[in-house]
Each structure stands twice: as structure tokens, then as C-alpha cells.
Ligand binder design. Structure first.
Ligand code: BG6
Length: 503
């Protein structure tokens, strides 16, 4: 078995070091990389935040949260051997002094840890700081790549709040860093099962020849969450489900499913194809928004265990009478030779019955004639369905028809199953391991390019415009714990389709 090389010697600087993302995802991801021997021996981390503490207090703070978030894979011995590489710096992100202090600290750490001056700046901060931090890194000389050393910037979502702000943010970042230095994270691209879609499509001779409108009837992409808005009301009530999920995660899934085969595994070859296919989606006219886009907001209801769930408008810190959508369903048509006439249905929502992200490829019906008298339930031979389960129960299943044993010629739908865990075990992962590793190694394949981000916003902007001009009058329109508003079912029913049955 080939093993991956270690990352190049480097320092990761995390802005927002005391925040939720750092504790929940970034530190566990670095830990997992270390436990798999993938981090260079010459490696250090600097956390920057406003809280007043020294490096020892920060290490204690991280230790307290690490065990919690790393869970059963936590080894105290490994942790104790790595934690002296974590440093803390108190600083205001908008104060120039923070950056002169940071520069000094980096030089000192380079000496202590034998790191050569490769720096990865991770912006785990609210988005209003993205451009400001980038610009101050530049003015302090920290963005400059010299003598073969690299300087990279990871930017978290939300990447803009609409098309205009996304373009502005790209312009701002480009004033300080070059595009090849900027790594925009969409954590869906860090999921193994999402990456496996490419392997499944392009690494198997049986798949690609029938991956087109001749054989595929329609595609469904579902990102369902059982959680509600949790403690993110101040962000979510302004963003809503569309901004939060569609231009990024759902379109990332769609572009991998729908793109043309790239001519190599090179980052730009893949990202060119992803952007191309997004640009081929039929743009939404105002009329289409009314017929091809559905929004919803959850009312009170109950979860699968029968516990009562509050309405969105009754969640803590949500504005009275808020009209923010917590559910979106879209019908998209892609104007390419491959996909002509094949609807892509996308849906995402909070407080749905379960957490389930999946892609369903529904193939066309086989001609019925031969089996007319042999059907068990339906009046048609059930179409084949390929279900790619992104999470949970990661895997792929193919539904096809089989003969029911017996003397009568009867058909029934059965499943051919592949479960990731059966083959590859249960590897600890937050989804950020690959992304951080790839960034340190300079591989931008799984990161969004500026044009890809803007193509996503270009698609959803007309929908946002119509929705803000015509505030929803029927909210709330689905019960917490249900599969969303009736109109989302109608969206498919109009074309004789139905959302896939739920696992
Ligand atoms: C985030 C959204 O980007 O993705 C959240 O801001 C959402 O609202 C989350 O809950 C879903 O991610 P995952 O990995 O749990 O499917």
C-alpha cells in the first residue's frame, strides 16, 4: 500500500483560535493528521484571538475540548507529545500591531521548531474580517512568497452574502493574495464520499457510458438535517437555507455529478469543468422562480422520538415573524448535450425527519411489455435507481428488479449494496483532514476558485431577488419533523416524479 507523504514543514496560523470551528473541527483534524503520521516533524500552530491568555493557558483550553471532540480515538500520549507545538497570541484582528507581533512570533517559532517560513493563514473568523485580515497580512509582508517559501490563505464560508458581496470579497482578497494562494473551503468537498463520486464516475468502465440523458431520467440531491437553527440564530436568520447551503454545498455536489470528465486530476482541469457546468444551468427568470423554486419554514412539530420541536419563529433569538426560509427545493435544467431534458432536483432543509445527504440517479424505465403480468406492486417496472449516500451510512446502492422465487413470473425491486465501513473500516475524520493536508501540500483541487464561487451566486441571485421582493405569505409551511412543504412534492409531481423514499 502506498502511504501519503508528510506535509512540508510549516506553521498554521489560526485567526479565531478560541472559536467553535477551531475546537470542533480544526484541532481534531490536525490531531488525526498527526496520528496518521502525516504532519511534518517541523510543524507548529499559532492561535490568534481576542481572549487574554498565554500559550500555556491556550494549551489547557485546547486539551479540555480535544478529548471531547476527538472521542474514542483520543490518545493522551500522542496529545502530550504534540501540544507543545501550539502557541497563542492575543490580538485584535483589525489592529496593525497584531501583525507586527505575529511576524516576530513567527520568526521566533521558526527558530524553535525548525520551520523554514512556510505559513498557512486560516481565517476561522466571522466573514467581516476576511478582507481586513488579508490586507493586513499583505501590508506586514506576510503574504509575500519568496525564496521558494509559500504563504497560503484558507477562507471559510460564508463566501459573500450575494453575488455582489462575493465579487467584492474576491476583489479584496486578490488585492492581497494571488488566486493560487487562496484556498476557499467548502467542507463538503472534504467528505470522502463526495470525492468518491469522481472515482465512481471516472474510474469504472460501466458508469460513464450511461451517465447522460439517454439513460438517466432525473437526478435528486438531498441534504436533509434534523437539527434546527441551534445557537446560530444571528447568522442564520439573515442567511437562510438558500445562502447557507445552495451556492456552496449543493452546487458542489451537483457540479461533481454533472461535470464533463476533466482531462487530468489537475486542480484547474477539474475546477474548469465544475465551473463550466454551473454556467450551463438555465438561469432563473422571475417566472421560473415561481414555478421552479420552493421555500419553506418550519412550524412546531415533533422529531422521530416524539419530542416536541418549537417553530423556527419561536427559536431563541429569531426575529418575531421572521420570513427566513429554512427549506429550499429547486428544479434545475442543464443546457448541455449530456443533460438536455434531465431535471436536477435539489432540496435542503432544517428540522427534517433525519440527517441524510444523498444523490439519487434515477434511470429511465425499461420497456414494460414483457413483464406486464408479472408486476408485484406497481403498474410499471420500477426504474433502476443508483443511490449515493454521502452521510450517514456512507455507501452506494443500486436498486434493480429481480424475479421473486416461485413458479409465478413475478418481479420485485431489490438492492445491491456497498457500505464504506465494510471495506475500509471506520477512519476518524472531521472532513477537514484532507483539506488542511492538501492545502499544506499546495493541492487546490478540493477548494473553490473565485469563478466557481461567483457562478454559484449568479445562479441563485435571481431567486433571492424575487424572494426578497415577494416575502413568503404562507410561512410557516411545514411541520418540524416532516419532509418539507407540500409544494416541494408538487414541484416533482408536475413532471410525474417523486422524491426518493427515505432510508
Ligand atoms: C454548514 C451550514 O456549512 O453546513 C450549516 O452553515 C449546516 O447550517 C452544515 O448545518 C451541514 O454540514 P454537515 O457536514 O453536517 O452536513
Amino acid at each position: 500500500m502506498t502511504t501519503a507523504a508528510k506535509t512540508p514543514p510549516s506553521v498554521i496560523v489560526i485567526f479565531g483560535a478560541a472559536g467553535d470551528l477551531t475546537g470542533r473541527k480544526l484541532v481534531p483534524a490536525l490531531y488525526h493528521l498527526a496520528s496518521q503520521e502525516l504532519l511534518a516533524n517541523e510543524f507548529a500552530m499559532i492561535g490568534i484571538d481576542r481572549a487574554d491568555m498565554d500559550s500555556q493557558a491556550y494549551r489547557d483550553y485546547l486539551s479540555a475540548s480535544a478529548e471531547d471532540h476527538i472521542g474514542k480515538h483520543f490518545s493522551d500520549e500522542l496529545w502530550q507529545s504534540k501540544i507543545p507545538r501550539a502557541y497563542y497570541m492575543q490580538g485584535d484582528f483589525l489592529d496593525d500591531k497584531t501583525y507586527t507581533d505575529l511576524k516576530k512570533k513567527l520568526l521566533k517559532i521558526d527558530k524553535e521548531q525548525n520551520t523554514p517560513g512556510n505559513y498557512l493563514f486560516y481565517l476561522a473568523t466571522p466573514p467581516r474580517f476576511f478582507g481586513e485580515i488579508a490586507q493586513r497580512l499583505k501590508s506586514s509582508g506576510l503574504a509575500e512568497e519568496e525564496n521558494g517559501l509559500w504563504r497560503r490563505l484558507i477562507v471559510e464560508k460564508p463566501f459573500g452574502n450575494d453575488l455582489q458581496s462575493a465579487q467584492e470579497l474576491n476583489r479584496n482578497l486578490h488585492q492581497s493574495f494571488q488566486e493560487h494562494q487562496i484556498y476557499r473551503i467548502d467542507h463538503y468537498l472534504g467528505k470522502e464520499t463526495v470525492q468518491n463520486i469522481m472515482t465512481y464516475r471516472f474510474g469504472n468502465g460501466t458508469v460513464e457510458p450511461i451517465w447522460n440523458h439517454h439513460y438517466i431520467d432525473h437526478v435528486q440531491i438531498t441534504v436533509a438535517e434534523s437539527l434546527g437553527v441551534e445557537n446560530r440564530a444571528s447568522y442564520y436568520d439573515h442567511a437562510g437555507a438558500m445562502r447557507d447551503m445552495v451556492p456552496n454545498h449543493l452546487l458542489a455536489l451537483l457540479s461533481i455529478i454533472a461535470m464533463e470528465p476533466p482531462n487530468s486530476f489537475n486542480a484547474d482541469a477539474i475546477r474548469d469543468e465544475q465551473t463550466k457546468v454551473l454556467k450551463c444551468i438555465q438561469p432563473f427568470s422571475p417566472e421560473m422562480v415561481l414555478t421552479h423554486a420552493v421555500r419553506g419554514q418550519y412550524d412546531e412539530g415533533q422529531n422521530e422520538q416524539g419530542d416536541r420541536m418549537p417553530a423556527y419563529r419561536d427559536e431563541p433569538d429569531i426575529a418575531d415573524g421572521s420570513n427566513t426560509e429554512t427549506y429550499v427545493a429547486l428544479k434545475l435544467m442543464i443546457d448541455t448535450w449530456r443533460w438536455a431534458g434531465v431535471p436536477f432536483y435539489l432540496r435542503t432543509g432544517k428540522r427534517l425527519p433525519k440527517r441524510c445527504t444523498e444523490v439519487v440517479i434515477q434511470y429511465r424505465h425499461a420497456p414494460n411489455m414483457m413483464f406486464r403480468d408479472a408486476l408485484v406492486k406497481r403498474n410499471n417496472v420500477a426504474p433502476n435507481r443508483l443511490v449515493i449516500r454521502i452521510q450517514p451510512n456512507e455507501g452506494i446502492s443500486l436498486q434493480f428488479n429481480a424475479k421473486v422465487p416461485g413458479t409465478l413470473p413475478r418481479l420485485s425491486t431489490v438492492n445491491m449494496e456497498f457500505n464504506y465501513s465494510d471495506y475500509f473500516g471506520d477512519k476518524p475524520s472531521t472532513g477537514y483532514e484532507t483539506l488542511i493536508y492538501d492545502c499544506m501540500c499546495g493541492d487546490a483541487t478540493l477548494f473553490k476558485r473565485a469563478d466557481n464561487i461567483e457562478a454559484g451566486w449568479e445562479l441563485v441571485q435571481p431567486i433571492l431577488d424575487v424572494w426578497s421582493a415577494l416575502p413568503a405569505r404562507t410561512f410557516p409551511n411545514y411541520a418540524a419533523g416532516s419532509w418539507g412543504p407540500q409544494k416541494a412534492d408538487d414541484l416533482l409531481a408536475k413532471a410525474g416524479h417523486q422524491w426518493s423514499t427515505h432510508p
